[in-house]
Design a protein around this ligand. Structure first.
Ligand SMILES: [Zn+2]
Length: 96
């Protein structure tokens, strides 16, 4: 009787410890997932705000020289991102 009781008691303790470890694992997993989601959301919005703020800084952008394009391209870009024509050098080559 006594060994059976102690065995079932030990079994219950082992099960509880396993459940505790599994619970901790689930909690840490949930925290990691939530943290990743929060970081993704805030990092994403920050990137969007940064990307959205740049086009309004005209000094950092240049218009494509193509008559039918006039796409905004980052300053220092060598080729138009819309039509693919070379930027900057195009005007010089045409003038020459
Ligand atoms: Zn263009």
């Amino acid at each position: 009787m006594v060994p059976f009781v102690s065995f079932s008691f030990l079994f219950a303790i082992v099960v509880m410890i396993a459940m505790l470890i599994f619970g901790l694992f689930l909690v840490t997993l949930a925290v990691k997932i939530i943290g990743a989601i929060v970081r993704g959301i805030f990092g994403g919005t920050r990137a969007v705000f940064r990307a959205g703020a740049r086009p309004y800084l005209a000094a950092q952008f240049q218009h494509c020289a193509q008559v039918r394009c006039h796409a905004l391209n980052p300053q220092g870009a060598r080729f138009c991102r819309r039509c693919g024509k070379a930027l900057g050098e195009t005007l010089v080559l045409r003038a020459a």
